[in-house]
Ligand binder design. Structure first.
Ligand SMILES: C[S@@+](CC[C@H](N)C(=O)[O-])C[C@H]1O[C@@H](n2cnc3c(N)ncnc32)[C@H](O)[C@@H]1O
Length: 189
């Protein structure tokens, strides 16, 4: 197994950079309950595999924004095959993104939040509130805050209650989406 250096130079096991193939995507899509015509932002999309599932769920009248700090991985994964309803954008979502005010029904962030420096969280919360329409949803997948044998150090991780404390939105629910991963959903009023 590949090893990477942790925060303090220690070697930690690292199986893969993306959650592709690790999560129960049907369960996630069931919880998100997307409808044709809706607008989704997959923030920190990585290779964009969830953006492709969202693209199918919202259909040709909907729109998916695949956003990442470094959009090259997405563009390399789908060089000629990006559906017409998907737009790839490079941005730091803890600052102002190119998305319009109140333009998005759902922001989805899978295994991104633990990687943000804590002082970026207020910026993230402000950007979520700006782009999600009133009544829209914010959904985050994160790794459980316990020893799992892989992934970031425990102190970087968020338990569901940590996410609920970090975002001033109405919690909807927490469901397991793999042995060590959970989905936390919020309503943004
Ligand atoms: C562990 S990967 C997860 C990728 C994908 N969501 C998945 O589940 O496979 C985290 C991704 O978040 C992106 N990211 C980190 N900070 C970000 C930020 N401030 N704004 C946008 N994207 C960010 C990284 O570039 C990386 O592609």
């Amino acid at each position: 197994m590949m090893k990477v250096n942790g925060e303090f130079g220690e070697e930690i096991p690292h199986r893969r950079r993306f959650s592709d193939g690790m999560l129960d995507n049907d369960r996630i899509l069931g919880e998100l309950d997307l409808r044709p015509g809706q607008v989704v932002a997959d923030v920190g999309c990585g290779n964009g595999y969830m953006s492709m599932l969202f693209s199918r769920a919202v259909g040709p009248t909907g729109r998916v924004y695949a956003l990442d700090l470094c959009i090259d991985v997405f563009l390399a994964t789908f060089p000629d095959t990006v559906p017409a309803n998907v737009e790839a954008l490079q941005c730091d979502f803890t600052e102002r993104s190119p998305l319009e005010d109140g333009s998005v029904d759902l922001v989805f962030m899978s295994t991104v939040i633990h990687s943000l420096k804590r002082d970026r969280m207020p910026g993230l919360a402000a950007e979520l509130r700006r782009v999600i329409r009133p009544g829209g949803m914010f959904a985050a997948v994160e790794l459980a805050k316990r020893e799992t044998g892989f992934g970031p150090p425990i102190w970087r991780r968020y338990a569901p209650e940590d996410l609920r404390a970090a975002f001033p939105f109405t919690p909807l629910g927490t469901v397991p989406v793999a042995e060590h991963f959970y989905l936390q959903t919020f309503r943004v009023e």
